[in-house]
Design a protein around this ligand. Sequence first.
Ligand code: C2O
Ligand code: CU
Length: 507
Amino acid sequence: AALALPFERVARAKTASDRIAVSKFPKPFTVPFTVPSVAVPVKRTSTTDYYNLTMRSSQTEILPGLSTETWSYDGTFGGPTIRATKGRPAVIRQTNELPARHPQLGYEPWTSVHLHGSGSLPQYDGYASDISRPGQYKDYHYPNWQNARTLWYHDHGVHHTAENAYMGLAAMYTLHDEQEQLLPIPHGRYDVPLLIRDAMFDRNGQLLYDDGGHSGIYGDVMLVNGRPWPVMKVERRKYRFRILNCSISRNLRFALSTGDPFVFIGTDAGLMQQPRSATSYRHGIAERYEVVIDFAKYKIGQRVVLKNLGVPNSVDYDTTGSVMAFDVAAEPTDLSGNAIPDLLNPEAPAMDLTAAMAKRTRKFEFIRKDGAWTINGRTWADVVASDYEYVWADPNLGDVEVWEFVNKSGGWAHPVHVHLVDFRVLDRNGKPPSPWELGSKDVVYVGENETVRVVMKFGPHVGKYMIHCHNLVHEDHDMMAQFRVGPKVAYDHDHPVYADPAKALPA
Ligand code: C2O
Ligand code: CU
């Protein structure tokens, strides 16, 4: 089959003037594909796994021959993945040993770690203002009570989430359960994480942060698991890819160079009830899709390119039209889990909820007002000003509600994330959601002039949780709100910092 041109799109819009020359990029599909390392617990008791992770700066060769300062949870850019099992809680000590100041931007990199997709207790949810400063640590307790799903953990430190995540503080967390393990879908080495994001680099090879006046970061280098336009050798069989768009601002639309379909088996909150397919799909920021690609139909030697067709309203560079390549290299060595059953997960969370079950409907308007990104005209500044009490919504524990997300801000899309709960997408501008959205979710793409309705049930925890736009530049400036499940409770979760006095820096 014809080889798709790697960089087939025409550049438009802005150039950040000190970007490194395109000639310094590797030739597409020459860098070998790798998967992030898997974290090893420091202790395992009969009930719980304990991890010790350290946020720190390290040097990573991303562009060939250049060394780039990156930040991560263990020194490996893009990792490490945490593997958890339903019913076995994990406790993760997160120590912030980042430099006292960001090298170019000069701010102090305080952090808060959010496990995105987890129904965590509020004090372990990565509340934005619950920050750990360099030299401090916090222990995060994750119950892992939910069904199998693809989660990710990333920084959520107030007003610096975009910068911190851009430096690399984002990694995968997979939760497994028996039901998922017993399905004859691809497992083990045929179950492959793809953390996809863009980035841009300055002339010295350092990550270049340019948020276009708080609009968004649109890089010209596509990274998969931290590597630019990598190539993966695959066998002639089915693979399951857990695709995460961990870009700061770039929404993506994927297609295969062969025109063949992706088969969707999972969404943000786990396996879908039944598989769905599409030949191209929009993958908004922070969404996870588990897709199966069957390479059995190709000949050895064939290359299949994962392309990005782009999404309106983002700044596209001619180098962002391709993401990675799969080179069909061998006959399968193992044909277990080479199927896609018609029924995957009848119990997928939230899928049994209907609008008729809802106690009320609430409306959230995402709009730019006087330069600030707001939700119903208010921002996280209102939360801070109220000593963290102001809430946009206060459902009772167990209530079912419909939330209506309205985007009238011309020219912008807002991928909306609700913490704590899983939801079902009811409709978009009154029409059914896309086939790939017919699963349990925690992020929904709300495009320009769109109204998207979702239905969810609040619980199992009470307390305050965030809702925000996952274009992290919008989130930081200040498109973030909170809701409270149940009555006000007096526990100290707003800004506890569990400092290790031995490690604390002098004030
Ligand atoms: Cu993925 Cu509030 O975040
Ligand atoms: Cu937004």
